[in-house]
Design a protein. Sequence first.
Length: 64
Amino acid sequence: MKASELREKTLEELEQEVENLSKEHFNYRMQQSTGQLGQSHMLKEVKKDMARVKTVLNEKRKEA
């Protein structure tokens, strides 16, 4: 997910995206703790995506 794509979204869409990524991150952590997560790089990827979304969200809030 690119920051340029995120900047085109509304605040509500970005907040929903943060919520979805947070749930996805939780699920990956649970899978990792039970030994079911085969792709451990997904944890890092989701965390970075969450950070990108939160950064753009904060930028938009400061503009308003």
